[in-house]
Design a protein around this ligand. Structure first.
Ligand code: HEM
Length: 457
């Protein structure tokens, strides 16, 4: 089946990015490179410097493209809630995501987006999540048992959790077991695809990472496409099966291409974000032994080996830890949009077709809202302190509005079930040679991949 023709989009999708921002406070940075280097080094530090010089809204120039950076909770709310339908997610992500994930949810706006989002309805319902929880716990049991062989030696935690969550992605999302014939191929294609998308030079020639990425993406697309008919007629409970069987508002199945597009992006949206969340948790727990101990005691108090779906809400301290990790190091460092028409922001007129960037971490570290924002302090999310409730967009790791993360509950289930089993089975100490550089791009993580020593409980 062929995909629906998306040409009834308004004209804005055919317009080039606006490059004339002379009336916005700020500068265009160095000749040729603009602000690219400071941005790549640390977007958050750079955003803070921009704010100090020019305020919450200023013009920027990165990788040959001009735009505005819009900081703080009020502007985040304006962009994400977007009650005036002024901001396009599709055009915000056009530069890179379009080549790898065309037609995916984040690449659609308004009615097109609403239509496509229906494809996920049953995949994220209560019963489906409950089923995934059981499957995920089985995978964790298997893998954490194999990690026992590493007790007493140093491991790079990031690599371990990345592999484990890829296994989850293959089995729970696609229904492909680790020992199944296609697991390695999917794994390789997916890894190449993500590396290619994050690669700074989009050179589509053999030998380049970008080229390998596009090949990986094409493999996944074909692979999912071949599975659709079988899964549509089957009774599988993996995510892909749900997507295949879902129907649109007219009672028709989504096309094979639509299913493949959404599935490829789903893997991407789910994997690196949760990997970053768990890796940063290990980083902060290793540096805050009292938090680690309190979390361990919360897990132990439940008195069982496995966290079931119905137990997730009982883990209140774990939820606070998750929130605090996302506040300190949000898994999605930046949200891009493009204006559809002229729009007023923070007292300035932003022309149509202008790229607009919001950085959640800027809001997450604002001294006006948070007590000692540089301190790792999960209790700031306790019911008594509830610092995140001071503004509805002061804490938004999962975004907001129409594009709010569809995997929000799934990711916290995946996170909590892992942390629960891991904390009960192992203690750990960090083994950084020196304080690591905390990278934000392409994926937020400690640059040394978080070396730890595993200790048996
Ligand atoms: C810690 C984990 C995660 C974080 C912090 C996170 C964060 C986000 C954010 C900020 C957005 C909105 C981006 C924007 O508006 O530009 C988003 C969208 C999305 N996320 Fe997540 N995510 C996580 C995990 C997941 C998981 C596990 C899945 C799938 C199982 C997922 C699927 C998606 C999808 C499909 C979208 C696009 C939604 C749309 O455009 O309507 N995410 N996520």
């Amino acid at each position: 089946m062929a995909a629906k023709d998306p040409t009834n989009y308004n004209d804005y999708i055919h317009e080039p990015n606006n490059q004339d921002l002379g009336n916005i406070p700020g500068d265009y940075g160095l000749p040729l490179i603009g602000h690219s280097i400071s941005f790549l080094k640390d977007p958050f530090v750079w955003a803070r410097a921009q704010n100090e010089k020019y305020g919450l809204l200023s013009r920027v120039n990165t990788f040959g493209s001009r735009g505005v950076i819009a900081l703080g909770p009020d502007l985040a709310q304006q962009i994400l809630v977007d009650s005036g339908r002024n901001f396009s997610s599709r055009m915000g992500f056009m530069d890179r995501v379009a080549s790898f994930f065309p037609g995916s949810l984040i690449m659609e706006d308004f009615e097109h987006h609403k239509h496509q989002r229906r494809i996920f309805q049953s995949a994220f319902k209560f019963d489906a999540l409950k089923h995934y929880t059981r499957g995920i716990n089985n995978i964790y049991d298997r893998t954490l048992t194999s990690w026992e062989a590493d007790v007493g030696s140093e491991i790079k935690f990031f690599g371990h959790i990345k592999d484990l969550l890829l296994e989850v992605a293959a089995e729970i999302f696609i229904g492909e077991k680790k020992d199944g014939g296609d697991f390695k191929k999917i794994n390789r294609a997916f890894t190449n695809c993500v590396n290619g998308m994050m690669y700074i030079f989009p050179i589509n020639l053999p030998g380049f990472i970008y080229y390998k990425g596009i090949k990986g993406r094409n493999f996944l697309q074909k692979y999912f496409g071949k599975l659709v008919a079988k899964k549509r007629n089957g009774d599988g409970l993996d995510m892909l099966s749900h997507l295949c069987r879902e129907k649109d508002e007219n009672g028709n199945f989504f096309t094979d291409e639509e299913v493949s597009n959404q599935m490829s992006f789903l893997l991407f949206a789910a994997h690196d974000t949760t990997t970053a969340a768990v890796t940063h948790t290990i980083y902060y727990l290793a540096r805050n032994p009292e938090v680690k101990e309190r979390l361990y005691q919360e897990c132990k108090a439940l008195g069982k080996d496995t966290l079931d779906y119905d137990d997730l809400n009982i883990m209140t301290y774990m939820q606070q830890v998750f929130n605090e990790v996302q506040r300190m190091r949000p898994s999605v460092p930046m949200v891009p949009r493009r204006t559809i028409r002229e729009v007023e922001m923070a007292g300035h007129i932003i022309p149509a077709h202008t790229m607009v960037y919001n950085l959640p971490r800027f809001s997450h570290w604002m001294e006006e809202y948070w007590t000692e924002p540089t301190k790792f302090d999960p209790d700031r999310f306790s019911p008594e302190r509830a610092e995140h409730k001071k503004h509805s967009f002061i804490f938004h790791p999962f975004g907001g509005g129409a594009h709010k993360c569809i995997g929000m509950h799934f990711s916290q289930m995946e996170y909590k079930c892992f942390m629960y089993k891991f904390m009960l089975k192992f203690d750990f100490e960090s083994r950084h040679k020196k304080e690591p550089y905390m990278q934000s791009l392409p994926l937020p993580k400690p640059a040394d991949n978080m070396p730890i020593m595993l200790i048996k409980r």
